[in-house]
Ligand binder design. Structure first.
Ligand SMILES: CC(C)(COP(=O)(O)OP(=O)(O)OC[C@H]1O[C@@H](n2cnc3c(N)ncnc32)[C@H](O)[C@@H]1OP(=O)(O)O)[C@@H](O)C(=O)NCCC(=O)NCCS
Length: 266
């Protein structure tokens, strides 16, 4: 895993090399995420936008003229209520990615209005939705510095996480016995940490597809298989696709029955 630490003893030259290497890793990760989303969007028929949230920093404090071009009045009101700059940044990037993805919809006959005339609101469970496009499903994920927004005609969930160590108690609390079994087989290998985060992102993506968030019983959902049935929550099977991109893992959850019906009735 790529690990960079600036130490006080670094010369300006070493500092520069450090920064360049870090940028290269981020650029490469962005490229791999983009590639994964591009391939998956062709298979599963959704639209997406990936952004580096760093580009939105300047909009937080200064350029309000640009901000009002992106956010609707209702969104702007919500935006102003966040006190943490990080939350503001994530929220703003999330609205932007969805609106940009909406603009890409090639088979969509309805004209997409200006960004500030589209609302990306949150329902009671915090799931995002588009009041002006009630037939479309959307999902958002942020993991600094990346933010992804997906738009689909079918139920969809997306989750991106940086690879990190999950504690044994967390794994026992949230993971299904089949996932734990598969992890045990990988214990002490390079794949262990990656696989834990792949499962984690799969569960989060399913919880977003089902609009449940933390209300979902994460332990009950077995994501060790690429096709999962969440009997208590939905009659449809859910297809899971995941990939590792250097220090990150990304998963998509897509309603399977809808995919089959699309294939039968193109
Ligand atoms: C909110 C949650 C759905 C995902 O959070 P997360 O992975 O930490 O954060 P992400 O950046 O990937 O996703 C945040 C987005 O999820 C979406 N979201 C929140 N609640 C949602 C819900 N009930 N349904 C669908 N989407 C939801 C929102 O769009 C949010 O972005 P926004 O605030 O800009 O609109 C939830 O599962 C959570 O808080 N998880 C915390 C970690 C945890 O305990 N996980 C156990 C998994 S094994």
């Amino acid at each position: 895993m790529a690990k960079f630490v600036i130490t006080p003893k670094m010369s300006w030259y070493e500092g520069l090399i450090f920064k360049l290497k870090k940028k290269m890793i981020f650029d490469q990760t962005e490229f791999l995420i983009e590639q994964f989303l591009s391939d998956s969007s062709q298979t599963f028929g959704f639209d997406y936008t990936l952004v580096n949230m760093g580009g939105f920093f300047r909009l937080l404090n200064h350029d309000r003229t640009e901000l009002v071009k992106i956010l609707s009045p209702q969104e702007l009101e919500r935006f102003e209520k966040f006190s943490l700059p990080k939350k503001k940044l994530q929220w703003l990037a999330g609205r932007y990615t969805i609106k940009k993805a909406l603009q890409k919809r090639k088979w969509f006959s309805q004209k997409v209005p200006d960004f500030n005339r589209i609302d990306v609101l949150s329902c009671e469970s915090s799931a995002p939705y588009l009041p002006q496009f009630p037939n479309l499903r959307i999902s958002i994920t942020h993991s600094f510095p990346y933010c992804i927004g997906v738009v689909s005609q079918h139920a969809i969930g997306v989750d991106l996480e940086k690879i990190m160590e999950l504690s044994g108690s967390l794994i026992n609390q949230y993971f299904h016995p089949n996932e734990i079994k598969s992890l045990t087989e990988k214990a002490e290998t390079e794949d262990y940490r990656t696989q834990t985060i792949i499962y984690w992102t799969r569960k989060e993506a399913v919880s977003k597809l089902l609009k449940l968030g933390l209300k979902m019983d994460f332990q009950q959902i077995d994501t060790a298989d690429d096709s999962v049935l969440c009997k208590d929550y939905s009659p449809s099977r859910i297809r899971l696709i995941s990939s590792r991109m250097i220090d990150y893992c990304l998963s998509l959850a897509v309603e399977e029955e809808q995919l089959i019906s699309d294939l039968l009735n193109p």
